[in-house]
Design a protein around this ligand. Structure first.
Ligand code: FAD
Ligand code: NAP
Length: 548
């Protein structure tokens, strides 16, 4: 007998199951989405390429991997489960990858999520079947599935970017990409290791590998403004105090610009005396973490002169931390302003260059020409290495969406529609792709926030929306072209008012050759963004076409 809600048809080649909703991805986003869909009573299936839950924290197992958001805020809030929030205690201010992965496994187990997740299954195509108003999903194991709703939870930073280095296949040692790290322990003991890339990932890798390897070559193209993380163990008393305040903490985070319960200020860096400014920067520097960007001055992202005061402050710290003045100068960013690229948090990164087994190679002036059987050849030297770690980042924001081969109404593909850059309504939906929602899609705050808070906001908005559709007999929802146009224009306008658009970074797609240049995340702030999403919902989903 076939379950009334479940249709299974089999042919020798494929199995097609029908669900109410299909979610792609089982990181923070997919897990919460599944939990919410269940609460609505929807029969749902999550497809996940990895063999377990965790997303980012399943794939990024490189040495030194840990969060840059403070752990106590980088977790599911009371909206997901007050019980789990109170039960889980983090061991460090910035938890390391194994602990975050354990946390997500704990959530999956306690909410009994795994039974609706199909692991080791990559979605390779998603096609809107207009006649049936359904999404048809094809997976890499040859099966298909259908659903009324398609929800992408594929992550903003989940498509690793390995630049096309000539000769990589000839390399006789072992190479790794940080975003696809082996599950078995990797030892660099006694080895010469080349690290390519000095973004948030490379900055975490270098000090950790330097402690273990015989020698480390760091290939740097662009130096960053790295901020000290000031990690520390968390004691029981502090955790208890935070737990007792979580209700207010989450409220503050949700209405904040960056999804963090920090005290944003409203003062210009140019409105105070140089002495006072210095004091303010020092206080934030000593506190560690993103306070330097958030709790100091409000015009760092919009005013070059104001920003230059922060940039200069950090340059001075680099000169103090790195003993060799020539190396220090190479580590000092001059071609962009502070926070116009994602500033990495560092755990002994600058000090690593004071070790006698670490060499910095400036590949801006001597670019990498090829990978050789022995190592890496730049325009002037060959560096021999036993292992290469590529910390070269991701095809962010659109990479994993494009790899899914999504086609909407009339066969239009997402890749074609977005060929000149993403076009979304609120970063949640896109015209021509009915009944499809994107969690942390482009043109939503996503990567410019503490992402767990942004993810919850999206999941909850989508849940409310689906609930509304079902209770109002609406079969189909689709972003209207005019509303989309207005949102794209608004997102562009806000972006252009900041310094972010002028710095080549992955935020603007500059790390991927040929990728359209625009600010992919929405920079208007999470709190303001949430208000707009809520208003759209309160006005009967203004800007969406609803079909009964
Ligand atoms: P992900 O965790 O990326 O999960 C997406 C999942 O979708 C993956 O498991 C992937 O396998 C799966 N998937 C993708 N495509 C398919 C497909 N076609 N078929 C099947 N499955 C698919 N953010 C912060 O706010 N604070 C931090 O401190 C922080 N630290 C980070 C550290 C690193 C090293 C990285 C890379 C990112 C970090 N981020 C951080 C961003 C982080 O990605 C988010 O915080 C969060 O984990 C995203 O969750 P997600 O579920 O949306 O996406
Ligand atoms: P990234 O910021 O894009 O950095 C990639 C690095 O590789 C850059 O230094 C880049 O140089 C370099 N690179 C790329 N191609 C190169 C080439 N052909 N030759 C030489 N160098 C090359 O990637 P990421 O460090 O993986 O970080 C991506 C994002 O993930 C972060 O910004 C952050 O949002 C998230 N992340 C977060 C954490 C955390 O919160 N703890 C940790 C890691 C990552 P250029 O700068 O010159 O392009």
């Amino acid at each position: 007998m076939v379950d009334a809600q479940q249709t299974v048809s089999t042919t020798p080649a494929t199995v097609t199951e029908t669900f109410d909703a299909i979610v792609v991805g089982a990181g923070f986003s997919g897990l919460y989405m599944l939990h919410q869909l269940r609460k609505l009573g929807l029969r749902s299936r999550v497809f996940e390429a990895g063999s377990d839950v965790g997303g980012t924290w399943y794939w990024n197992r490189y040495p030194g991997a840990r969060c840059d958001s403070e752990s106590i805020y980088y977790m599911f809030s009371d909206h997901v489960s007050e019980e789990l929030l109170q039960e889980w205690s983090w061991s460090e201010r910035y938890a390391a990858q194994p602990e975050i992965l354990r946390y997500l496994q704990f959530v999956a187990d306690r909410l009994d999520l795994r039974r609706d997740i199909q692991f080791n299954t990559r979605v390779i195509a998603a096609t809107y079947d207009e006649a049936n108003n359904q999404w048809l999903i094809s997976t890499d194991n040859g099966n298909q599935a259908r659903a009324s709703f398609l929800i992408t939870a594929v992550g903003c930073l989940s498509a690793p970017n390995l630049p096309k280095f000539k000769g990589l296949e000839s390399f006789k040692g072992t190479w790794y990409h940080t975003g696809n790290w082996p599950h078995d322990p990797v030892s660099f003991s006694g080895q010469r290791v080349a690290v390519v890339g000095t973004g948030a990932t490379g900055v975490q890798v270098v000090p950790e590998v330097a402690r273990e390897a015989a020698y480390v070559y760091v290939f740097q193209r662009t130096p960053n403004y790295n901020i000290p993380a000031r990690n520390r163990p968390l004691d029981a008393e502090y955790i208890q105090q935070i737990k007792s305040q979580y209700r207010e903490i989450w409220h503050k985070a949700r209405i904040s610009g960056f999804g963090l319960p920090y005290d944003a200020v409203n003062r210009s860096a140019l409105s105070v005396s140089p002495e006072e400014r210095e004091q303010i920067y020092w206080a934030a520097w000593n506190k560690g973490g993103f306070y330097l960007g958030i709790e100091t001055f409000s015009d760092l992202l919009v005013n070059k002169e104001a920003n230059e005061t922060a940039s200069e402050f950090i340059r001075a710290r680099i000169r103090e931390l790195v003993y060799d003045p020539k190396v220090a100068e190479l580590l000092i960013p001059r071609d962009h302003h502070f926070f116009t690229k994602r500033p990495p948090l560092e755990h002994g990164y600058y000090e690593a260059f004071n070790r006698d087994n670490v060499t910095l190679i400036d590949v801006r002036s001597t670019p990498i020409e090829e990978i050789t059987p022995q190592g890496i050849r730049t325009s002037d030297t060959e560096y021999e290495a036993d292992a290469i770690i590529f910390a070269t980042g991701f095809d962010a924001m659109t990479g994993s969406l494009f790899k899914m081969n999504i086609s909407g109404r009339d066969g239009i593909t997402l890749n074609d529609k977005w060929a000149d850059g993403p076009r979304t309504y609120l970063g949640l939906a896109t015209h021509g792709f009915p009944n499809m929602f994107m969690i942390t899609g482009p043109q939503s705050p996503s990567v410019l926030t503490n992402m767990t808070v942004a993810i919850e906001q999206h999941v909850e908005w989508i849940t409310d929306c689906i609930n509304y559709l079902r209770s109002h007999g609406v079969r189909m929802i689709e972003a209207q072209a005019e509303a989309e146009e207005a949102w794209v224009n608004h997102a562009t306008q806000v972006a252009e008012a900041t310094l972010l658009v002028n710095t080549p970074s992955w935020w603007v797609g500059a790390n991927i050759p040929g990728k359209p240049r625009l600010l992919y995340p929405y920079v208007g702030g999470l709190g303001f963004y949430k208000q707009q999403c809520d208003e759209v919902a309160a006005n009967g989903y203004r800007g969406f076409a609803l079909q009964r």
